[in-house]
Design a protein. Structure first.
Lengths: 112, 111
């Protein structure tokens, strides 16, 4: 499997605090993605990146920002966490738009 | 990008063949059909991808009719470990950057 890791794997934070999740890949993939998945639901795209410093919004981007200063790292920031952002977050990367995507192990975030 | 529609859930029994159909009426010439599998508490993983006719690998087969408006993922002789959510995606070879997953099909395999 491609080398893609997420950190942290679990996090509990308080409402109103900023939170940053990290996705790191070692495959030199151009495209990277952040998703959230809530119980019984599919994956919803938050933000994605198509190159260093090139990012765009997905389906559910409100309350989230991203940054990609290096090919290998894609950061997701919750500027002021809310309970509705309690979820499992997955990141993914792929080389091209017609190649398979590889996913990280997920980050379980709980906002109390 | 073409929207996909697939059943919300399916049930099967060990040893049976399972066919999951996905419709993508607005698929474009440069689009591929891609399927992913997701086990509980894990990220999705790629199963198979095709453009037309039939593709087979060690895990599954993908059947795509000539009009490409639908596709069928076939899992031969399923086991309990095939219980998962299966996602059908239309992926664009021409550089469309997003990767959108729908709700998927929740397959439950029973003893």
């Amino acid at each position: 499997d491609a080398g893609i890791t997420q950190s942290p794997r679990h996090k509990v934070t308080e409402t109103g605090t900023p939170v940053t999740l990290r996705c790191h890949q070692t495959e030199n993939h151009r495209y990277m993605y952040w998703y959230r998945q809530d119980p019984g639901h599919g994956l919803r795209l938050i933000h994605y990146s198509y190159g260093v410093k090139d990012t765009d919004k997905g389906e559910v981007s409100d309350g989230y920002s991203v940054s990609r200063s290096k090919t290998e790292d894609f950061l997701l920031t919750l500027e002021s966490a809310t309970s509705s952002q309690t979820s499992v977050y997955f990141c993914a990367s792929r080389f091209g738009t017609d190649t398979e995507a590889f996913f990280g192990q997920g980050t379980r975030l709980t906002v109390v | 990008l073409a929207k996909t529609t697939q059943p919300i859930s399916m049930d099967s029994y060990e040893g049976q063949e399972v066919n999951i159909t996905c419709s993508h009426n607005n698929i474009a010439t440069n689009d591929y059909i891609t399927w992913y599998q997701q086990f509980p508490s894990q990220g999705p993983r790629f199963i198979i991808q095709g453009y037309k006719t039939k593709v087979t690998n060690e895990v599954a087969s993908l059947f795509i009719p000539a009009d490409r408006k639908s596709s069928t993922l076939s899992l031969p002789r399923v086991s309990l470990s095939d219980t998962a959510v299966y996602y059908c995606l239309v992926t664009f070879s021409g550089g469309y950057n997003k990767l959108i997953f729908g709700a998927g099909t929740r397959l439950a395999v029973h003893p």
